[in-house]
Design a binder for this molecule. Structure first.
Ligand code: NDP
Ligand code: 8X3
Length: 253
């Protein structure tokens, strides 16, 4: 059975991707900080599909824990074929002048450093399996919008790292893909707006946003191409979002 390690499976895009890969026969290493959710997800997936799961209850910002966890993987979990760097967040929507340093640190430490920690320690395994790295970027890594400053900056870094990884790893037969979505209704806006669910709901009012399964389907498409085909990157937007920060509302789109 092929094996995928997905970061941030306790919600949103990561959860939908775990479900999709399980359905397609992948054994899964499930990651996140909320262990109750990881345990329930593991139980559900193994009951529903003929697969095995392993829980990686680790904050990816902690490089020592990431290194230790991977160094201690037992032999049956060592042949990881796919790493999906999905865990990430936006925190706040403020000008730089009024931005919170804590918000900036959380985004930089998770979206950039967390992705680097995972990639550093999993790459030696992917060299052996001729595996695939999928980086979840964003339209915010291609464009910028008012008050998106640091989040957009982190996702521009993911875009650059995606290209850098491809340049380094093609010689080992490793595929590298970035998936860059526009507005997907997940827990993303609740996290960004510090738990204000009412305000978060408004982000998706009056237009048809993407759902996590739209992105999981695209991820599966890139994995499921023949080995000689690398999808370098995809930008996936709601029809009603022609550009970052621009949404056509109340038009039935
Ligand atoms: P969610 O908030 O629904 O899910 C985020 C996931 O990341 C959760 O499982 C969370 O788990 C995990 N996570 C966050 N921080 C850490 C950490 N330090 N260590 C381990 N896991 C962590 O958001 P989405 O599903 O929408 O986001 C997934 C990715 O997609 C992110 O990289 C985001 O930037 C990107 N994206 C999202 C878009 C959107 O509109 N929703 C659009 C474009 C890109 P836990 O809290 O349990 O740790
Ligand atoms: C999330 C999409 O447009 O809110 O990465 O930045 S957006």
């Amino acid at each position: 059975m092929p094996i995928a390690l997905i970061t941030g499976t306790t919600a949103g895009i990561g959860a939908a991707t775990a479900q999709t890969l399980a359905k397609n026969g992948y054994d899964l290493i499930l990651n996140g900080r909320r262990n109750d959710r990881l345990e329930e997800q593991s139980r559900k997936l193994t009951n529903q599909y003929d697969i095995q799961t392993k829980i990686m209850h680790i904050d990816i910002r902690n490089h020592e824990e990431v290194e230790k966890y991977i160094a201690n993987l037992s032999s049956e979990w060592l042949s990881i074929d796919v790493l999906i760097n999905n865990a990430g967040l936006a925190a706040g929507l403020n000008s730089i002048e009024s931005g919170s340093i804590d918000h900036w640190n959380r985004m930089i430490d998770t979206n950039i450093k967390g992705l680097l920690h995972m990639t550093k320690y999993i790459t030696p395994i992917l060299k052996k399996t001729q595996g695939h790295i999928i980086n979840i970027g964003s339209i915010a890594g291609k464009e910028v919008y008012p008050n998106g400053n640091v989040y957009c900056g982190t996702k521009h870094m993911v875009d650059a790292l995606n290209k850098a990884m491809r340049t380094e790893l093609a010689q080992f037969g490793i595929r590298v893909t970035s998936i860059n979505p526009g507005a997907v209704e997940t827990e993303f806006s609740i996290v960004r707006l510090d738990g204000n669910t009412k305000k978060a709901k408004k982000v998706y009012a009056g237009f048809e946003n993407l759902v996590a399964q739209d992105i999981a389907d695209a991820i599966w498409f890139t994995i499921n191409r023949p080995k000689h085909v690398n999808i370098n990157e995809l930008i996936i937007m709601p029809t009603a979002q022609p550009a970052a920060g621009e949404i056509i509302r109340n038009k039935g789109l």
